[in-house]
Ligand binder design. Structure first.
Ligand code: NDP
Length: 475
């Protein structure tokens, strides 16, 4: 039988994606895995899917209609390179290889260039939503050529999540654009999760409420402007009791957060682009900080605040935390979109930021009501220089900023770490400031390194003769 699409790599993501594809009208799916066990298991467990199993790359290529289209779902890194090489051997010019794994975008740029030499199309596609999303509808961020989008677009639209009647997939841009946007998606996800965790910690330590009680607060928040998948699952996690001890599960989970690298990539890339994604960076560092038990042990006896910081009005405090969370979340998304804007400029991608906000409304981990507001902001002003300055968000920040400040002050006075809340507020105040002490930094740089400075009143670069008569010269 002839298949119109193939999947290589049948671990949890690939198997679910293959089942999703097979469940859509008009698709016949060829499947291939390095070791044959996974292929046999998938085909025998899901006879309804009508899979066309292949046990070699030759067989796989022969089972696909032209232009052949295959989605790779194997481990990122060397496994992906090996799979691409094997497919290139058996595919022909015009065929399409899609990497649906979590590739680092510079790898995607490199692979696209190499594969293009053979006349075969290579598409790096970010896929978000975990195994559940892969099966029922993920958010998909494909890069690659316009030519490949013609064939691939309808297939990806058929399996993507749907939000507000629109499939959560768009042709993001050429070569590595899709994986770049997926990377930033994950960075925003780190920030969103850390902010929620800080809100929980502040409420718990400020009010002494139990995890189950705080779960109700999150469930309530999920009915308002914070409505999102992450808030929803937070309530579920907080509600869960441990079967073995009867304690809240969150109290028996070791407090060391893991990471698979996409947050770090987002921050590293932002550093080289010169984009201040401080909230995302703090969220990434907060995970690293948690994962150094020996240092945490060494620091345990360092002094904290000498006086207690009681919360007088619990209801008002919880509302302050909610507003601080919303304001910090606006900053996190604003920073993430800023990184995409800067990446697009650097790599020559024509990325429609409004379209990105729309494809994140469903299927992915950061799906939220909030993304509709972002889509509206970009619809009103496609060249928006700063998301948080768009009227809707500026207004929300204006309403929330006093509460935000109270929460950061409380956290500081109480000795509760709130790195993402406080760094987001510092970013907000930094961009707002009429004058920044950057002027002094420039003065220092000129003093020790003759790095020169510009003036507010005249064009040109200047240097003060610090070790001479301290007169100013034009550089
Ligand atoms: P894994 O990342 O665990 O990868 C396992 C698959 O890779 C198996 O099919 C394995 O084949 C294959 N593989 C490993 N090495 C090679 C090799 N050298 N040559 C060929 N095939 C190889 O699987 P997942 O399903 O978890 O993830 C697949 C991709 O999707 C990854 O890139 C991941 O980052 C990405 N992703 C995962 C998400 C998740 O929630 N898990 C979410 C979004 C993206 P074999 O059976 O023979 O060992």
């Amino acid at each position: 039988r002839t298949a119109n699409i193939g999947v290589v790599g049948l671990a949890v993501m690939g198997a679910n994606l293959a089942r999703n594809l097979a469940s859509r009208e008009g698709n016949t799916v060829a499947v291939l895995n390095r070791s044959r066990g996974r292929t046999d298991a998938l085909v025998s467990e899901h006879p309804e899917a009508g899979f066309v199993p292949a046990y070699s790359y030759e067989e796989f290529a022969a089972s696909l209609a032209k232009p052949r289209t295959a989605i790779i779902m194997v481990q990122a890194g060397a496994a992906t390179d090996a799979t691409i090489d094997a497919l290139v051997e058996v595919f022909e010019p015009g065929d399409i290889i899609v990497d649906g794994g979590n590739a680092y975008f510079p790898d995607t740029i490199r692979r696209e260039r190499a594969v293009r030499e053979t006349g075969i199309n290579f598409v790096g596609a970010g896929i978000s939503g975990g195994e559940e999303g892969a099966l029922n509808g993920p958010s998909i961020m494909p890069g690659g050529s316009d030519e490949s989008w013609v064939t691939l677009g309808p297939i990806l639209k058929s399996i993507a999540a749907v939000a507000e009647g629109e499939p959560c997939v768009t042709h993001v841009g050429h070569d590595g654009a899709g994986h770049f946007v997926k990377m930033v998606h994950n960075g925003i996800e780190y920030a969103d999760m850390q902010l929620i965790a800080e809100a929980y910690d502040l409420i718990r330590r400020g009010t002494g409420k139990s995890p189950a009680e705080i779960a109700e607060i999150f469930a309530e928040w999920n009915r308002g402007e914070l409505e999102s998948y992450l808030i929803e699952i937070t309530a579920e996690v907080l509600r869960q009791n441990d079967a073995a001890t009867g304690e809240p599960l969150v109290d028996v989970i070791l407090d060391q957060a893991g990471a698979k690298g996409t947050g770090a990539w987002t921050v590293q890339t932002a550093l080289s682009l010169g984009v201040p994604v401080s909230g995302i960076a703090e969220a990434t560092f907060a995970r690293s900080l948690s994962s150094h038990p020996e240092q945490r042990e060494a620091a345990r006896d360092l002094p904290g605040p000498s006086t207690a910081t009681p919360v007088d009005d619990e209801i008002a405090f919880v509302e302050d935390v909610r507003q601080a969370l919303y304001a910090s979340k606006i900053v996190a998304y604003s920073q993430g979109f800023d990184e995409i804007r800067a990446g697009a400029a650097e790599y020559g991608w024509n990325i429609d930021l409004g379209a990105i906000s729309k494809i994140w409304r469903g299927g992915c981990i950061i799906r939220a009501q909030f993304l509709n507001r972002i889509a509206e902001a970009y619809a009103e002003q496609p060249e928006l220089p700063l998301l948080m300055a768009a009227p809707y968000f500026a207004d929300a920040l204006g309403r929330g900023q006093e509460a935000w400040r109270r929460v950061v002050v409380h956290a500081t006075n109480a000795g509760i770490p709130a790195p993402a809340f406080s760094s987001s507020l510092a970013y907000y105040d930094g961009l707002r400031a009429e004058r920044l002490p950057a002027a002094l930094v420039q003065g220092q740089r000129d003093f020790f390194g003759a790095h020169t400075y510009r003036r507010v009143d005249r064009a040109g670069s200047f240097h003060t003769l610090w070790s001479g008569d301290r007169s100013e010269v034009e550089a």
